[in-house]
Design a protein around this ligand. Structure first.
Ligand code: ATP
Ligand code: MG
Length: 447
């Protein structure tokens, strides 16, 4: 059987109903090809979700599809020619078009593929029953493995023998849990979950980039903590990322992000969720170094590495009995975004320790976030050049020391002292703090 029988119909909407999409399908049809939506977009359409990425399966060879699209004035990128994948870009949408194919040989990470015109074979090489939907441009659905029943029941089920499918590509273990976090309803499919447990060691050979991308997609699910708990329970996460284990803390962060807080600046944030999950047996600077090394091993960007390691440490400076002055001091040092992260982490850490959010404390945490909402970063009203102009000290390291002294005085006084007051303060304290005690840390002196 090379053809699939129609099983249903949906009314195209969003990008599926856009003129540009019709133009793309028409270009492929011109060359005699059959092209259909496949995978995520059909799954999401059946659930009436927002449609973002467009995946298309097509029985034309990739070079032919590419020429057809270019001839129609569509920009195309040969993103994975050897696997039959090209990507068309029209306005803000990307269309990933993959030639029907079978995996001929697999080694757990890569596949050598052969192109085919057999739709059922293309369906069989896909991972889960609800990822093997096809849909014509007019909305006719093909569902060869009754994925719709599984989707509606919240069941993530491998196509074929789970263990074999995992051995072909161990990343499917993470995809199993990722799709469960987004679409699943407990219990987990027992056969699939057991196969994941058995195959988990194979994840060690999967590239950090693929693991990172899957983990981030998983952590974007509204409430992923229970699934992460399953990944620990089925000995999957400990094999690759043993540091990700503080599930109680993640549970509170997801509750804050999705339910408890109305602050528009606080939304689902996979990196913050990962920081909530991260638990190191090291403390202080060693703990920060461990967090940075963990983030680096996942090939995160430098900005992400910095934010991640800061989040795993900064929250320890925060508690819910700080007065306004201390709150503003932290806001000044961290900036509003990092302060928000620190408050959320501190709140979650405390609630996780207590076993649940402590009702009497929630309002205090919320007040702290409210301060961040209106925060306009103030500037220390003196600069190095003011010190030079007034000839308080010669150019050089003393200038920095003097500025830090002024800053500390300014923060201790809740940022009230103005330029004149700070100049006077510095002039008065040069002798005590700078010239005679070059090696003392002024911050500690004034406490
Ligand atoms: P999303 O785009 O929301 O992440 P998706 O299901 O579209 O989800 P993609 O990674 O875009 O996932 O892949 C598109 C389709 O390709 C999937 O629906 C599935 O049919 C197939 N697929 C992707 N990765 C694999 C894999 N590792 N093993 C088997 N099939 C896969
Ligand atoms: Mg997709």
């Amino acid at each position: 059987m090379t053809k699939l029988d129609p099983t249903g119909h949906l009314a195209p909407y969003g990008v599926m109903a856009a003129a540009q999409t019709a133009h793309l399908f028409a270009a492929l049809a011109q060359k005699g090809g059959t092209a259909r939506y496949v995978g995520g977009i059909v799954r999401d359409a059946l659930l009436a979700r927002d449609l973002v990425d467009v995946d298309i399966a097509c029985d034309l060879k990739p070079e032919i599809s590419m020429a057809a699209l270019e001839a129609a004035g569509i920009r195309v990128i040969p993103t994975g020619l050897q696997h039959g994948t090209i990507t068309a870009i029209i306005n803000d949408y990307s269309y990933e078009i993959t030639t029907l194919r079978v995996d001929v040989t697999t080694d757990g990470r890569h596949a050598d593929v052969a192109f085919t015109d057999n739709w059922l074979l293309d369906a069989k090489r896909r991972d889960f029953t609800f990822n093997a939907f096809y849909c014509d441009p007019d909305g006719t659905i093909y569902d060869p493995f009754d994925g719709e029943t599984d989707l509606r029941a919240g069941r993530v089920r491998f196509i074929g023998v789970a263990e074999d499918r995992i051995a072909e590509d161990y990343l499917r273990i993470l995809r199993f849990f990722r799709f469960f976090a987004h679409f699943g309803r407990p219990p987990l499919d027992a056969i699939g979950a057991e196969a994941c447990r058995k195959g988990a060691a194979g994840l060690r050979d999967i590239s950090s980039e693929r693991i990172r991308d899957e983990m981030f997609k998983l952590l974007r699910a509204p409430r992923p903590a229970a699934t992460i708990g399953d990944m620990v329970g089925f000995s999957v996460l400990p094999v690759i990322l043993p540091e990700l284990k503080n599930i109680p803390r993640l549970r509170i962060v997801e509750w804050l992000e999705t339910t408890a807080l109305a602050d528009p600046a606080i939304t689902i944030d996979p990196l913050r969720r990962m920081a909530a999950l991260f638990a190191s047996d090291k403390t202080g600077n060693d703990g920060i170094a461990h967090a940075a090394q963990f983030a680096r091993s996942l090939r995160l960007s430098n900005d992400e590495i910095e934010r991640f390691s800061l989040m795993t440490a900064s929250f320890r400076l925060i508690d819910n009995v700080m007065d306004g002055k201390r709150i503003r001091r932290h806001l000044y040092h961290l900036g509003a975004d990092a302060f928000r992260d620190a408050v959320i982490m501190a709140w979650a850490d405390r609630a996780a320790m207590a076993g649940r959010p402590v009702p009497g404390e929630n309002a205090r945490w919320q007040d702290m976030l409210a301060v961040a909402q209106d925060w306009q970063a103030p500037q220390l009203p003196v600069k190095g050049r003011d010190i030079l102009k007034a000839q308080l000290v010669p150019p050089g390291p003393m200038m920095g020391q003097l500025l830090r002294l002024a800053e500390e005085y300014w923060l201790e006084n809740d940022m009230a002292p103005d330029h004149t007051a700070l100049m006077a303060y510095m002039a008065e304290h040069i002798a005590d703090h700078i010239s005679t005690q070059k090696h003392t840390n002024p911050t500690q002196e004034t406490k």
